[in-house]
Write a protein that binds this ligand. Structure first.
Ligand SMILES: Nc1ncnc2c1ncn2[C@@H]1O[C@H](COP(=O)(O)OP(=O)(O)OP(=O)(O)O)[C@@H](O)[C@H]1O
Ligand SMILES: [Mg+2]
Length: 419
């Protein structure tokens, strides 16, 4: 619940916007990061079909109210691959979110902590600041990158954060709360790519982009919304090296349950059947070596390698996963295996190094089996939760830039104080 001195914590992702008050355990609302613009029905070249629409889910209440099924509208996703595509569209989205979730009273006029992607540029930060101060009339603003915040949510200030959301993935070393930008790497494969791959496989399997109907296939195309819901219910990640009986054990109880339930019932009552291969294959896009660039685990290993040896020890001791896509059953196990293989030829860094010292073993959080209380399921909202923690500290005001300071010094004041 909000109290007098609390701030608004805002995390605008490529897939969903999380908003709420500092000090709370979870966001007040999670809404799709989409706005709907009116488009003439005849303008079919510009109007994406349902199957082409980007994914969204989470808070259906926002989406449903924004989304009349009259095909006379066009969905616009102002943030793609973690980056704002249009400040004007983002402003419309945020006006909607503030109005519907916070109302128009004093509660909407609080200091704002806005998260930013680890690959945000200074220019984009300045645009976001202008939007918040001038468009939304925020009295004070602070901007913190999602990697540092995710690490705080896991109760740490040093570690390697591996974030995988809807639009983009990053591997970011963080030391004493600050992201080491020189060693932060981005990978262009995330949840939306998994959804698109699943849509493709369903199309091949059923001869349509989903195969609705009585189970043997049909011709009605499935929207990406539905494909994403199927993904979240039924997809999993296999251990390194593929399937087999041991693999079934390794993917854990949740994945096994998901794998056993290979039918998905659509809202109209028809059934989509999914083969084991179809449930496991889509997530492979996260680990693929494309165009000579490795997947997420290779990026994580490379990010560690770019840091000083002393920092590397801390990074190996806490590789923290965050973002919705890491919720795929089996993801933690597979990621840990891939990372071990990518670091020091499989020793995970624990083998004696050239100087004879035994390095700290690799620890991926959450551990596949030894669950961390409090963090395991919450990593989906880790950046927001970290923002809620930071904004409730007494030292938070040191990160804040007031409207007056912004008017006097411009965005430079923010560059100096952002986390
Ligand atoms: N239980 C789940 N299993 C598999 N995938 C999931 C699950 N829950 C959420 N996801 C996926 O996670 C993604 C959303 O994650 P998240 O909210 O971290 O991204 P975002 O912040 O909107 O985007 P980004 O940070 O990439 O800009 C979506 O692709 C969604 O389908
Ligand atoms: Mg995100």
């Amino acid at each position: 619940m909000e109290d007098e001195g609390c701030s608004i914590v805002l995390d605008v992702g490529s897939g969903s916007t999380k908003i709420g008050y500092s000090g709370d355990d979870l966001p007040l609302s999670v809404l799709p990061s989409v706005i709907v613009s009116a488009a003439p029905v005849s303008d079919s070249r510009d109007t994406p079909s349902r199957a082409q629409r980007p994914e969204c889910r989470e808070c259906y209440r926002g989406y449903d109210s924004l989304h009349p099924e009259d095909h006379a509208t066009r969905d616009i996703w102002p943030v793609q691959k973690g980056q704002c595509q249009s400040t004007a569209d983002l402003e419309t989205l945020l006006h909607n979110v503030f109005r519907t979730e916070l109302g128009s009273g004093a509660e909407a006029q609080r200091p704002v902590l806005l998260t930013e992607s680890p690959s945000t540029t200074r220019a984009r930060r300045a645009e976001a600041a202008e939007l918040l101060f001038e468009g939304l009339k925020a009295p004070a603003l602070s901007m913190c990158n999602t990697a540092s915040l995710s690490l705080f949510a896991a109760g740490r200030t040093r570690g390697l954060v591996v974030e995988c959301g809807a639009g983009a993935a990053h591997a970011v070393p963080v030391f004493e709360g600050y992201a080491l930008a020189h060693a932060a790497l981005r990978v262009d494969a995330a949840g939306r790519d998994v959804t698109l791959r699943l849509a493709q496989l369903l199309q091949q399997q059923h001869g349509s982009s989903g195969g609705s109907g009585s189970g043997s296939g049909g011709s009605a195309p499935l929207s990406l919304d539905v494909v994403r819901a199927i993904k979240e219910r039924m997809c999993h990640v296999l251990p390194r090296g593929g399937g087999g009986a041991a693999a079934e054990e390794d993917i854990g109880a949740a994945a096994a349950a998901a794998a056993a339930d290979m039918k998905y019932e659509l809202p109209d009552g028809s059934i989509v059947r999914i083969s084991g291969e179809c449930a496991a294959e889509p997530a492979e896009v996260l680990f693929e070596n494309k165009h000579g660039r490795g997947g997420l685990a290779s990026a994580a290993a490379a990010a560690i390698a770019m840091c000083d040896e002393q920092v590397r020890t801390d990074l190996r001791g806490a590789v923290v996963l965050s973002g919705g896509t890491t919720m795929l059953p089996g993801f933690c196990e597979r990621f840990a295996q891939e990372l071990e293989a990518a670091i020091d030829g499989g020793s995970g860094g624990a083998a004696p190094a050239a100087d004879g010292l035994v390095r700290r073993p690799l620890t991926v959080v959450p551990h596949a089996r030894a669950r961390e209380p409090g963090y395991t399921a919450q990593r989906k909202y880790a950046a927001w939760i970290g923002g809620s923690i930071v904004a409730s500290l007494s030292t938070f005001r040191l990160l804040q830039v007031s409207r007056q300071e912004y008017e006097d010094a411009g965005a430079g004041a923010l560059h100096r104080r952002c986390l």
